[in-house]
Structures are given as structure tokens and as C-alpha cells.
Design a protein around this ligand. Structure first.
Ligand code: FES
Length: 106
């Protein structure tokens, strides 16, 4: 089980925006969706495109290469050509700072 890692202050991610963080070698994107924060791996499961930098539509991010949609809340692939979810990571807020950890091998 990995330890919680501080990412950054919640004030650094405004509504509707995102920020990347390196979590023990895995690039993760943290999104602010209407004041709630969600973290997914920064990779499209179709063919490996980077998802960060793409605009949010509600709680969905659209892959720039072939248009697959992912829920940033659940990581679920919502449309072809991606079928597998991208990984999600638990987040917590302490004293105004965001922390995340990698629970994929718990
Ligand atoms: S690489 Fe993302 S949809 Fe193809």
C-alpha cells in the first residue's frame, strides 16, 4: 500500500481546470469539477494518448486523438474506441492541501 503524497494546494486548481502530478512514476491528472476533485491516470486506454490538456465537458474528458470520452469521476470509458477504464486514485484534503495515493495494488 502506498503512502499519501501531497499534490498541491486546492487553491492551485480552479473550477473546471486540472493539474498533473507524478505519483511514484505514474502521471496522474487531478480535475476540479464544480469544487469536487478527482484523479485519473493521464493516459487513454485506447492507444496511450495523454488526456491532460483536453477541455472538460461536465465531468468528461475527451481524448484528443480519436475522441474517446472518459469520466473523470470513475475513469470509465464512455465511448469508443476506448473500452477499458483508465485508473482512478483516492484523494483527500487536509489543511487546504490535496493528497493522493496509488491503491491499485492494495
Ligand atoms: S488514443 Fe485515445 S481514443 Fe485513441
Amino acid at each position: 500500500m502506498s503512502d499519501w503524497q501531497r499534490a498541491f494546494s486546492v487553491e492551485e486548481i480552479g473550477f473546471g481546470s486540472w493539474k498533473q502530478v507524478d505519483l511514484d512514476g505514474t502521471i496522474v491528472v487531478i480535475y476540479n469539477v464544480d469544487g469536487e476533485f478527482f484523479a485519473i491516470e493521464d493516459i487513454c486506454t485506447h492507444d496511450g494518448a495523454v488526456l491532460s490538456g483536453c477541455p472538460l465537458e461536465g465531468d468528461e474528458v475527451i481524448c484528443p486523438r480519436h475522441g474517446a470520452r472518459f469520466s473523470v469521476k470513475t475513469g470509465e470509458a464512455l465511448s469508443a474506441p476506448a473500452w477499458e477504464a483508465t485508473a482512478t486514485f483516492p484523494l483527500k484534503i487536509e489543511n487546504g492541501d490535496l493528497f493522493l495515493r496509488d491503491n491499485r495494488w492494495d
